[in-house]
Design a protein around this ligand. Sequence first.
Ligand code: SF4
Ligand code: F3S
Length: 112
Amino acid sequence: MPYVVTDNCIKCKFTDCVEVCPVDCFYEGENMLVIHPDECIDCGVCEPECPAEAIKPDTEPGLEKWLKLNAEYAEKWPNITVRKDAPADAAEFDGVANKLETHFSAAPGEGD
Ligand code: SF4
Ligand code: F3S
């Protein structure tokens, strides 16, 4: 039962989450992070750290597509363990609906 990163991370990518994860299981894409579901120990400490409230336990209903996306891209993107500055326009994208359809990028981020 891992935690998953969901839609509101896209284009916000505040990265506060990576600093608190005890097992360093966040992976960085160009526009968002994901959690590796096989590495997450379900501790829950990252959830309240996200200013965009984008991290959810996968016990919440309707998160199947996000669990699949987190699992897929955690295998493709580089690991990130250190916080970095959010995009300059992050605040403008906080709360925008359906960013997966309009702003998701499969390109990898830089990682640490
Ligand atoms: Fe890391 Fe815990 Fe968040 Fe899982 S729930 S991603 S182990 S901080
Ligand atoms: Fe994304 Fe929130 Fe982390 S916006 S990068 S899940 S702090």
